[in-house]
Write a protein that binds this ligand. Structure first.
Ligand code: GAR
Length: 202
């Protein structure tokens, strides 16, 4: 079976991207990263891509008239590659209709909370401030809402007494690095079926 062709979208550090790369290297993930797209020219994740000779495309949203034109520019670069799945890995920008229509049910995201709790920025800080005892991470399909698409898989992480945003984020991130590749592998093998909001994994 041919490998799943992925485009990674990121805005920052890129540790999820790197974990996916490592799982491809060790052959626990049957995928190939075709390219990396970023809305931030200074994203550290772009350097990781260069190390692996993976093509990168950087676009500054501010330089475009609107999201539609920004995403059309992205699409024109993506058309150079046979992309099966867009994997948002710390891509801190809402995906608009142009990309959603071109990749229906083919865009996934990872978020550092048990959705639908604590959407948006600084999810781990929100969880600590709320005082929850359990947090975690969620892999979900992307739709037009903020962190609101159908949930594919979640992993829970205990919140410990004395946790700071840093310690909790670190513990959640460790799980993110495992679960994201697991979900991509399920996608690669055709094991994920979407029934409205309900995801069936077989
Ligand atoms: C990760 O914790 C990811 O879940 C989060 O950004 C971090 C990116 O880290 N994403 C979101 O908050 C999306 N709403 P990374 O660049 O090291 O992978």
């Amino acid at each position: 079976m041919s490998k799943l062709k992925i485009a990674i979208f990121l805005s920052g550090r890129g540790s999820n991207f790197e974990a996916i790369l490592k799982n491809i290297e060790t052959k626990s993930l049957d995928a190939k990263i075709e390219c990396v797209v970023s809305n931030n020219p200074n994203a550290a994740g772009l350097n990781i891509a260069s190390t692996y000779n993976i093509p990168t495309y950087t676009f500054s949203p501010k330089k475009f008239k609107n999201t539609e034109e920004y995403e059309e520019a992205i699409l024109s670069k993506l058309s150079n590659h046979p992309i099966d799945l867009i994997v948002c890995a710390g891509y801190m920008k809402l995906i608009g209709p142009t990309l959603l229509n071109a990749f229906t049910n083919k865009i996934i995201n990872i978020h550092p909370s048990l959705l639908p709790s604590f959407k948006g920025l600084n999810a781990q800080k929100q969880a600590l401030e709320y005082g929850v005892k359990l947090s975690g991470c969620t892999v979900h399909f992307v739709d037009s809402s903020l962190d609101g698409g159908a949930i594919i898989r979640q992993v829970s992480v205990d919140v410990k007494e004395g946790d700071t945003e840093e310690t909790l984020s670190k513990r959640i991130l460790k799980q993110e690095h495992i679960v994201y590749s697991n979900v991509i592998q399920l996608f690669a093998k055709g094991h994920i079926t979407i029934k409205n909001r309900n995801i069936i994994i077989n």
